[in-house]
Design a protein around this ligand. Structure first.
Ligand SMILES: [Zn+2]
Length: 392
């Protein structure tokens, strides 16, 4: 089978073309079309394949087998081998991918030039990219890489691709120097980077618009950076700016001072929590103080108390009770939350009997148990009137 001439290798901006059909076969149960020439990029170098249309049918996927690019289409085409058909690539997606991929070459090249690190892993998830460098980089170094990469964008230098024989390539200094079986296609960002790559790229760095490194984390003795470029970086900026404006409006702050406004809110929140904690302590002390002393068990019903408060109240009530101190909160319809405390007693051993009697659940350790009852207030009062805590 005749190898496909890859138009995207010499012109990344060719989004519509015409070519002769050389083969119609099947791949994965779908019709697949081979052409003499194509501008459709098959998956490679971390970049996803192009989609679009071919002779009126949708191209779902493009893949290369032994030098032939197959266009997997969604239905049996009306054209035949020998016909000339029109192909059209989803240009917006392809262009955004080129912005991303070319941006990645610049970042990897700049990082290599400035700090001698090698790109040892590249992944593209949609337009979000990760690059793994083989040595750690500091935040300052990452900032400088990003700044320098964007200066390469402003300089609008040419990006070119040229294919060399294996012998020619041996004498050229470029990144990603792996053992290639045949020819080596080298993508050059003028004055910045040379890297072996099979994917289509922008023609000039200015097309990339913006390069933004989003994060940098330790990874296998080096670092993994996440970055976005071009249209994706602009969309991300719009989204972040929308969030900033929203935070500014919510905190009644300037949009350049939202971090300070949020810090102030967090500090205020912490202060309020401390104040609530102190108030709850005072409330518990007040409830315990107003309870009468008892020579048996002492049961107190408190309004809207959480389990922590009930424990606090039960502990304070212990001073006034010869038996167990019981603090409950709730109502007859929904049931009650409880805490039972008795100094020197193994309350956990009583938990089962108490829960069984009052349709409850819960337990605890040693002197204190907590849980909930599905019983009425009068049932709880009646039970604890006669309940006896065993003491060791
Ligand atoms: Zn590449």
């Amino acid at each position: 089978m005749m190898r496909t001439e890859k138009l995207y290798e010499t012109d990344g901006h060719l989004f519509a073309f015409r070519s002769v059909v050389t083969e119609i076969t099947e791949l994965g149960g779908k019709p697949a079309v081979a052409l003499a020439q194509t501008a459709f990029f098959p998956t490679g170098g971390g970049q996803a394949c192009d989609t679009g249309t071919l002779g009126g049918v949708s191209v779902l996927q493009t893949e290369e087998l032994n030098g032939v690019v197959y266009h997997v289409v969604d239905e049996a085409p009306a054209f035949s081998v020998g016909d000339t058909v029109a192909g059209e690539i989803d240009a917006a997606t392809r262009f955004a991918r080129m912005q991303a991929h070319s941006g990645e070459h610049i970042v990897s090249g700049v990082a290599h030039n400035l700090y001698g690190v090698e790109n040892v892993g590249f992944h593209m998830d949609g337009l979000l990219m990760t690059v793994d460098f083989d040595f750690p980089l500091t935040k300052e170094q990452i900032d400088r890489i990003e700044q320098t990469a964007n200066e390469v964008v402003y300089a609008d230098v040419p990006v070119t691709a040229k294919t060399f024989s294996k012998k020619e390539a041996a004498s050229i200094d470029y990144r990603s120097k792996k053992e290639f079986a045949g020819d080596v296609r080298i993508v050059t960002v003028e004055g910045v980077d040379r890297c072996a790559c099979c994917a289509p790229h922008v023609s000039r760095t200015g097309e990339i618009g913006l390069i933004k490194i989003l994060s940098c984390v330790s990874h296998r003795g080096g670092v993994r950076i996440t970055l976005i470029c071009g249209a994706e970086a602009y969309a991300d900026y719009c989204d972040k700016y929308r969030q900033t404006l929203r935070i500014a409006a919510l905190t009644a702050s300037r949009h350049s001072e939202t971090d300070q406004a949020v810090e102030a809110l967090i500090a205020q929140n912490k202060e309020l929590k401390n104040e609530i904690y102190a108030q709850k302590k005072r409330l518990c002390a007040c409830i315990a103080a107003h309870a009468p002393a008892s020579d048996g068990n002492l049961v107190v019903f408190a309004e809207s108390c959480d389990p922590e408060e009930l424990c606090e109240i039960a502990l304070l009530l212990a001073e006034k009770a010869a038996g167990a101190a019981v603090a409950c909160s709730g109502n007859d319809d929904d049931g009650y939350t409880y805490a039972v405390y008795c100094r020197g007693a193994a309350m956990n051993r009583h938990a089962k009997a108490i829960n069984t009697a009052l349709n409850g659940r819960g337990g605890g350790r040693d002197e204190l148990i907590r849980g909930s009852f599905r019983a009425s207030r009068s049932d709880i009062e009646t039970f604890f009137r006669t309940f006896e805590v065993e003491r060791p």
